[in-house]
Design a protein. Structure first.
Lengths: 255, 246
């Protein structure tokens, strides 16, 4: 049968409106902002004082090379692996994705809006930590700013890709939080969140360096020191992005 | 678009959920500009039928065309011309009425103005109220505003006035009549015989997942040999038509 209806996807105006709505939802859910923004900041405050007095390499302190990379990675991981999937799971459980499914909005558009809002949240968290670190503890900027920015972008993509897997497999908002928390702590433990990776058994430390949390911490640390970022960490982050996108693409569902 | 094509054409639809046969055999044709009601007792297969027509569920058997478009294959094109009000309003709970209306308007190339939509469903005074602060009836009315935000040519209204008080119910009927006067085709799932009698050209009676009668309201009454459409429904199905609680 013939038809003259043009297949027009909603454009950039629609995406901007959706991003605005998602941002309002996040801001109005005040409790959801406390953990990703305040917990990493608190961890930094507890260790920044002594770390800022310990010079490690290239004029950079332990605060610059160990604490800040860890804090930034925590902010990105909490938002990407825990918060974003729980929002998407809530949308699915409450039927919001189903309601959007009968409009011209595509699943990709909803996911893109969520990812963009999550990036904005992470940038707010990272900026807050940076400002406190600079003003209160005399932290140094990264020796290689471009590399640091690139690694942050790559880490965000990798964490959100991991979060999309969580969103795809979690049957409910509660299970999304549970799966996200477990994933966060496993990745964090293997990535040095509870002490350096060198305190782990060697096989686990090796694996942790390839997984997104450890890879992001190590790559950021290298960027802050002005050293070359080891390829293994970049490959680990890149592979996470690809695997997450493929798995979520196959498994993600509206209902 | 080819005007000779019906607004909705469903042929031999069947759908089961595990061992439950929700829809056994439903065929339905809604002409352009026509309003067809779908009535049936709880579990008759009404919602599953409209969900297959809207492309939310894939039929186990049979096929659907809406203005000649396949709900699954032509999804992007169909969404431009089909407005759907689902049985329950599923919306971002923390967003305000105008924020939700503006969001849904943004999905369409030529949406109705926000003020016009709010006026149609009489939510102008609640424009700054968040969705979770609206009453059930107000949420329902907002859901209908969103269904017609994109100036659809076909609308599916599932339980349009369930849970609304009589005054709000009549307001929604006026809205549907306004849509009809604009040439919009309507598929209306209802528990209220007064509603389908007033709004619909024809009524399909579903029972046990099948269309057991499809005729004008007067035709159904004549066929059943009863005085009212309510009585005709009971005579045709052997069941009482009960409105679901709000």
């Amino acid at each position: 049968m013939s038809t003259l209806v043009e297949a027009r996807r909603p454009g950039i105006r629609s995406l901007v409106t959706l991003i605005g709505c998602e941002a309002k939802m996040v801001v109005r859910d005040t409790a959801g902002l406390v953990v990703p923004l305040c917990l990493p900041l608190l961890i930094m405050l507890t260790s920044a004082s002594s770390a800022s007095r310990t010079t490690v390499d290239n004029g950079r302190t332990a605060l610059d090379l160990y604490v800040l990379p860890l804090v930034f990675t925590m902010v990105i991981a909490i938002i990407g692996i825990i918060n974003m999937p729980s929002f998407l799971a809530y949308y699915r459980r409450s039927g919001i994705l189903r309601r959007l499914g009968v409009t011209p909005a595509s699943p990709a558009m909803v996911l893109a809006a969520q990812a963009i809002v999550s990036v904005l949240q992470a940038l707010v968290g990272i900026t807050a930590a940076l400002v406190v670190a600079f003003l209160a503890f005399g932290a140094n900027p990264p020796a290689n700013l471009g590399t640091a920015l690139g690694v942050v972008a790559l880490a965000m993509a990798a964490m959100y890709s991991t979060g999309m897997i969580v969103a795809a497999v979690a049957p409910s908002p509660n299970s999304a939080v549970a799966i996200g928390l477990v994933a966060f702590f496993i990745l964090g433990a293997l990535g040095g969140m509870f002490g350096g990776r060198d305190s782990l058994p060697e096989p686990l430390a090796e694996v942790g360096g390839w997984l997104p949390f450890g890879a992001a911490v190590e790559a950021l640390s290298a960027a802050w020191a002005g050293a070359t970022v080891p390829a293994a960490h970049l490959i680990g982050l890149g592979a996470t992005i690809v695997v997450g996108a493929v798995v979520a693409g196959v498994l993600f569902r509206w209902e | 678009m080819n005007n000779a094509e019906p607004a909705i054409l469903a042929d031999n639809l069947a759908k089961s959920y595990r061992s439950t046969r929700a829809v056994v055999d439903v065929s339905l044709r809604v002409e352009v500009g026509e309003a067809v009601g779908v009535v049936g007792a709880n579990g008759a297969g009404k919602t599953t039928t409209v969900e297959m027509i809207a492309g939310l569920r894939v039929p186990d058997r049979g096929w659907v065309r809406v203005l000649g478009l396949d709900p699954r294959r032509d999804r992007a094109r169909l969404r431009q011309v089909l407005g759907v009000q689902l049985q329950q309003a599923y919306l971002h709970h923390a967003l305000r009425v105008t924020e939700l209306v503006d969001l849904y308007r943004s999905f369409y190339p030529d949406p109705r103005p926000t003020d016009e939509l709010l006026d149609m469903v009489e939510l102008t005074e609640q424009r700054r109220t968040s969705f979770d602060k609206l009453s059930g009836g107000q949420q329902q009315r907002l859901s209908i505003a969103l269904a017609i935000a994109g100036r659809p040519r076909v609308v599916i209204l599932d339980e349009l006035t369930t849970g609304l008080d009589p005054k709000a119910r009549r307001r929604m009927w006026n809205t549907v009549e306004q849509l009809r006067s604009d040439g919009v085709s309507v598929l209306l799932v209802s528990h209220t015989m007064e509603e389908v009698e007033r709004l619909c050209d024809r009524v399909a009676v579903l029972d046990g997942g099948r269309v057991i009668a499809l005729d004008t309201p007067a035709g159904l009454v004549a066929r059943a040999g009863t005085a009212t459409l309510d009585d005709a429904f009971v005579a045709l199905t052997g069941r009482q038509l009960e409105e679901e609680p709000a």
